[in-house]
Design a protein around this ligand. Structure first.
Ligand code: FE2
Length: 137
């Protein structure tokens, strides 16, 4: 189960809500895998990521620029990596359909990447912004 630990909250509602929704989506995918009705969930997930990539990544990148985040370029690179991963998965799904191979690859790739990103790059951003606020008070 994924849940957003208190330490991963930025204190910026829009971004925190997007991260909470991401955890919710990952949990639904996880539940669907266990329950064996993953095909419909993957279709919903793909539509969600399409939106997530375009809005959440942009929101986070804008925020990093506003705060002069020193790791901005590295963080953006990670977002771009995920965009590529997502686009490759999407192409594969369009060509081959949702096969059991695809289900495995999609779930493992997406869940691994997002968990890692949330706990590494995003956690680094949360730490930086919290420090930044303390200093500029
Ligand atoms: Fe991020």
């Amino acid at each position: 189960m994924f849940y957003l630990d208190e330490s991963l909250l930025l204190g910026i509602k829009e971004i925190d809500d997007e991260h909470k929704e991401l955890c919710l989506r990952a949990n639904k995918l996880f539940d669907a895998l266990i329950a064996g009705h993953v095909v419909s969930e993957i279709t919903i997930c793909m539509a969600y990521f399409e939106k997530y990539i375009n809005t959440h990544f942009n929101n986070e990148e804008k925020l990093q620029q506003e705060f002069n985040y020193p790791m901005y370029l590295n963080h953006k690179k990670k977002h771009d990596e995920f965009k590529n991963i997502y686009n490759n998965l999407k192409t594969e799904m369009q060509i081959k359909g949702i096969t059991s191979d695809f289900v495995q690859k999609f779930s493992a790739t997406v869940i691994d990447w997002l968990t890692m990103h949330l706990h590494e790059e995003d956690a680094g951003l949360v730490k930086y912004i919290k420090e930044y606020r303390k200093i500029s008070k």
